[in-house]
Design a protein around this ligand. Structure first.
Ligand SMILES: [Zn+2]
Length: 233
């Protein structure tokens, strides 16, 4: 294969304060299997970024493209806040079972998908249609069961990383809740890392193992032109 290890970074949107939200594709432009990895959505939960950094240097299996978003909340990351710059909990802002709520730690925003960070992730998901999506959070130390997701996929992630499977309440307006509704054949779930640094190699290896598991050579899909080739940095 001549087209190995293509790598391109594109701007998928801008935060409230105008920071770029970027996605890096590792692997071929058109691949049967697309995998989305989001390092964090809450800016005070940064451990997933080391896993993303590791995957940037990975060689994905043939037929797999990794789509890496280091942070979906660059404003929150800049100040170490869970929220975006408008005080919104982005993981309650997605248009799936969204409901209004008080301006507290879980403030879901004035309406569903009101925040540019939410819409940037939505655009990427709609265009890439990932069969696997992992969103890292902290610090409960578990692989969070997701409704409608292949149990074997999640069990393998739990086994490989040592973060046991478990349920959390069925929160409203979450990224994975929305993604699993839109991508019917996809598997999006949350991994709650422990506090502190994560064992990045172990998690990156688990992502690559699941990518191999999901490989289906008959599922090639076309994407819009703007996702091809590098733009920005
Ligand atoms: Zn979180």
């Amino acid at each position: 294969m001549i087209l190995a290890a293509a790598l391109a970074t594109m701007v998928i949107g801008h935060s409230v304060d105008g920071r770029q939200i970027r996605a890096t594709r590792v692997g071929a432009e058109v691949a049967p299997v697309n995998v989305l990895i989001v390092g964090n959505v809450h800016g005070n939960e940064p451990a997933g970024e080391a896993i993303v950094a590791r995957l940037r240097k990975a060689e994905p299996p043939d037929g797999v493209a990794l789509w890496l978003v280091r942070t979906a909340n660059p404003d929150g990351r800049a100040v170490g806040s869970r929220h975006n710059a408008r005080g919104v909990d982005l993981n309650r802002n997605f248009p799936s079972r969204w409901r209004s709520g008080p301006r507290d730690v879980f403030y879901p925003g004035p309406k569903a998908a009101s925040e540019p960070e939410t819409r940037a992730v939505m655009r990427l998901v709609r265009d890439v249609r990932p069969q696997l999506g992992i969103y890292y959070h902290q610090m409960l130390g578990m692989t969070v069961r997701a409704r409608g997701v292949d149990r074997g996929v999640q069990a393998e992630y739990a086994r490989r990383t040592g973060l046991p499977l478990g349920w959390l309440p069925n929160y409203r307006g979450t990224a994975i809740g929305w993604q699993n509704r839109v991508i019917r054949d996809g598997n999006a779930f949350v991994v709650e890392l422990h506090a502190g640094a994560a064992p990045a190699k172990r998690h990156a290896d688990a992502v690559l193992a699941l990518s191999r598991r999901l490989k289906n050579p008959f599922a090639v899909r076309l994407r819009p032109a703007w996702l091809y080739g590098p733009s920005g940095r």
